[in-house]
Design a protein around this ligand. Sequence first.
Ligand SMILES: NC(=O)c1ccc[n+]([C@@H]2O[C@H](COP(=O)([O-])OP(=O)(O)OC[C@H]3O[C@@H](n4cnc5c(N)ncnc54)[C@H](O)[C@@H]3O)[C@@H](O)[C@H]2O)c1
Length: 139
Amino acid sequence: MEVRKVGVVGLGTMGAGIAQVCVQAGVETVGREVSQDLAERARERITHYLGRGVEKGRMTPAERDAALTRLTTTTELADLAGCDLVVEAVVEELDAKREWNRRGDSSRCGTRASWAARADAASSPTARRALPGHVRRGT
Ligand SMILES: NC(=O)c1ccc[n+]([C@@H]2O[C@H](COP(=O)([O-])OP(=O)(O)OC[C@H]3O[C@@H](n4cnc5c(N)ncnc54)[C@H](O)[C@@H]3O)[C@@H](O)[C@H]2O)c1
């Protein structure tokens, strides 16, 4: 399956890193945060790390700027509609994981999306029960 657009739910340490790698790879990426303030902070963090890439000669300023144009942030899950892949990277709390994987399961964020979970807890039987059947599990 060709992945042209990725959604990331949770732009903390892991989610921001995933979003950064996606936009660097040329993939349009939508990051969902719990508030505009956190979304803005995540964008700043991603901008900072892309800037480090420029300083180290791993990308040009133009490539950094192009990568940033591929990143949008939102507080609405509905804005992830049209994503080919959605990665859940919310806080490592079972209730939050359950809630977000339930929402991902019921809406699928649009008809085409695959839903992937990023969780240390996915290796535990309890946490696995919080994940919908079609979720790809990672550790
Ligand atoms: N950080 C790592 O090195 C690492 C490594 C492997 C796996 N993981 C996994 O990735 C996931 C995220 O970890 P992290 O380190 O990025 O955490 P983090 O605390 O940095 O970020 C958590 C994110 O979840 C969001 N969030 C908090 N409560 C929420 C809620 N109720 N609903 C929706 N979103 C909520 C926060 O706004 C934030 O964006 C965890 O499952 C963790 O186990 C992290």
